[in-house]
Design a protein around this ligand. Structure first.
Ligand SMILES: Nc1ncnc2c1ncn2[C@@H]1O[C@H](COP(=O)(O)OP(=O)(O)O)[C@@H](O)[C@H]1O
Ligand SMILES: [Mg+2]
Length: 298
């Protein structure tokens, strides 16, 4: 087994980590300080713009996220959140600006180099993008077989560990059609993790799942961050979710960055657009007991 794979499996399995996380995961509103390296951003957008026809969707958008940090991208529907993720993975080309992953400029990369980036930075799609005709285990194994380089027993080991990690071992032989939306999302996360990414992107991971499942997905994202030190970008419009997970917040409006900063700065921000967004959310989700009172009373 390669040293890298064996280190990865050790990290996944370290029981002391798992225990301390299990205890802290149940604390309400737990945003633990995570040792980040602020000097070198892991992912960086610098004045990125893109238009579709006449419609400018992103206009000089800049933000960054350091290794091991979680950035939540907030904003109304159609504001360019998913477009930002697609630009980051090179599926869409920005009209101007710079996008760097670990200091590497991706806007000028060829498809082959982009494929390597997509291995380091993987995306969990909203619909899970699972193959209906393959079992859960085969779905997780699929990209590993495609990539090559791993023996079948290593693949099986990874599948088992990843399913353990997302607490869905019992689904290994099930077909996606027999799973709930929330379970499918957990399996999609397991599949993304199996390729040992450094960063993971989640596009609206709690949309269309019940509140309990949303909570479980939040626990999982938080656990992965702590246990594996993963850098994460989470697109969400669920403020409770953002409050729980975010180190940094990017709030997009009308194609521009209305706010970029820490989650605490976001709550303390007196920009009327931000307070209106927080108010609206407090109205839609009245059970905001985890949020600092200052944010709701503004
Ligand atoms: N490939 C595309 N071609 C044309 N318009 C697009 C394309 N992708 C996204 N858009 C438009 O860009 C805007 C932002 O989309 P998106 O990033 O998906 O929004 P959201 O913030 O809800 O994720 C929308 O108006 C959408 O219709
Ligand atoms: Mg979207």
């Amino acid at each position: 087994m390669s040293e890298e794979l064996s280190d990865f499996l050790d990290e996944v399995e370290d029981p002391s980590l798992a225990q301390s996380q299990a205890a802290s995961d149940v604390l309400p509103g737990d945003r633990q300080e995570y040792p980040v390296q602020p000097a070198e951003p892991f992912i960086e957008f610098d004045k990125v713009s893109i238009a579709f026809g006449d419609r400018k969707v992103l206009d000089q958008v800049s933000f960054h996220v350091g290794r091991g940090q979680t950035l939540c991208i907030l904003g109304r529907s159609g504001v360019g959140k998913s477009v930002s993720l697609r630009i980051l993975l090179g599926f869409l080309k920005a009209d101007s600006g710079s996008v760097r992953v670990q200091g590497q400029e991706i806007t000028t990369m060829d498809e082959r180099a982009l494929q390597q980036i997509r291995k380091d930075v993987t995306m969990v799609f909203q619909n899970g993008a699972l193959f209906d005709s393959l079992t859960v285990g085969e779905n997780i194994a699929f990209p590993l077989r495609e990539q090559g380089g791993l023996a079948e027993d290593q693949i099986q080991q990874l599948v088992t560990r990843m399913l353990d990690l997302v607490e869905a071992s019992e689904t290994v032989n099930m077909l996606p059609s027999s799973l709930s939306t929330g379970q499918k999302r957990c399996i999609a996360i397991a599949r993304a993790l199996a390729s040992q990414p450094t960063a993971i992107l989640y596009d609206e991971p709690t949309t269309m799942v019940d509140p309990i499942m949303a909570r479980l997905i939040g626990d999982l994202i938080q656990r992965l961050k702590r246990q594996l030190g993963l850098t994460s970008i989470v697109v969400t419009h669920d403020m409770r979710f953002a409050h729980r997970l975010a180190d940094l917040v990017l709030f997009l409006e009308g194609g521009t960055v209305r706010f970029f900063g820490t989650i605490d700065q976001f709550y303390a921000c007196d920009d009327p657009h931000v307070t209106q967004f927080l108010h609206m959310d407090a109205f839609i989700l009245p059970n905001m007991n985890k949020q600092p009172s200052a944010a709701v009373s503004k």
